[in-house]
Design a protein around this ligand. Structure first.
Ligand code: ATP
Length: 235
């Protein structure tokens, strides 16, 4: 589904990714964890075509998308839920959701996909006519994920979906992500909530200072002493 090889990226002269390789197979849920500033958001943005890779190769569904301009990237079956949600807070929930389905295919299926999103997040049904900015943080995150799903992606990129949410809301959010993946959508999840992300994902990558420093089956990584110590605060 996604195969990236040796990707480098920078902000001006400051390197942010030093040659990152990673893959997400069809139907997989994979997480990327690591401390602040490790380059996780940069990686997600590069995969989504929002930030240009300086070197390396990004393949989506067998096609090389490395040099595609962001607007040409649409329709490749990849949707991003950016860090901080980036909703249009003055527009209604329904308008925000429909923005995700502007391409012809998803537009034709709009009503059906909207029903699927509301089945996943029933709390949004009563809120469709309200400004997105009037919702709680958790509900706004549901709208952000719903908007991405409205484009009927094959691969969903999630950048810190649990950020700023209360623990009980985080549990619901992770359950929704599990359910999206169970429906067949591949997921690449970036999280600082390491324990929960590792529990949800089949495979995981650990990033530090722009590099992948560990990778493997999430449940096995969780048992490595250096990971337990650095990320879980356990000896
Ligand atoms: P966080 O969880 O804090 O978002 P992250 O792992 O997602 O961290 P990035 O946001 O990708 O990390 O940042 C990687 C590096 O790039 C950091 O050193 C950061 O300071 C730098 N960086 C990120 N965005 C910009 C930007 N717009 N301009 C300049 N440098 C940036």
């Amino acid at each position: 589904m996604l195969d990236i090889q040796d990707v480098q990226a920078a902000y001006g002269a400051a390197p942010a990714l030093w040659g990152v390789s990673l893959r997400v197979d069809a139907g997989e849920l994979v997480c990327v964890v690591g401390p602040n500033g490790a380059g996780k958001s940069t990686l997600i943005n590069v995969i989504a075509g929002l930030h240009r890779a300086r070197a390396g190769r990004i393949m989506v569904d067998g096609q090389d998308v490395t040099q595609l301009a962001p607007h040409r990237f649409c329709g490749r079956g990849v949707a991003i839920v950016p860090e901080g949600r980036r909703l249009f807070t003055g527009m209604t929930v329904q308008e925000n959701l429909e923005l995700g389905s502007f391409l012809p295919g998803p537009k034709a299926a709009r009503a059906r996909t909207l029903e699927q999103v509301l089945a996943l997040f029933p709390a949004l049904r009563q809120k469709l006519g309200q400004p997105a900015g009037s919702l709680s943080g958790g509900q706004q995150q549901m709208v952000a994920i719903g908007r991405a799903l409205m484009s009927q992606p094959k691969l969903l990129l999630l950048d810190e979906p649990s950020l700023g949410l209360a623990p009980a809301v985080v549990l619901d959010m992770f359950e929704a992500i599990r359910s999206i993946n169970a429906g067949g959508t591949s997921v690449l999840l970036v999280e600082q909530n390491v324990a929960m992300a590792m529990e949800l994902a089949r495979r995981a990558y650990v990033m530090e200072e722009g590099r992948i420093v560990a990778e493997g089956i999430a449940s096995e990584l969780m048992h490595r002493p250096e990971i337990r110590k650095a990320y879980l605060g356990l000896e």
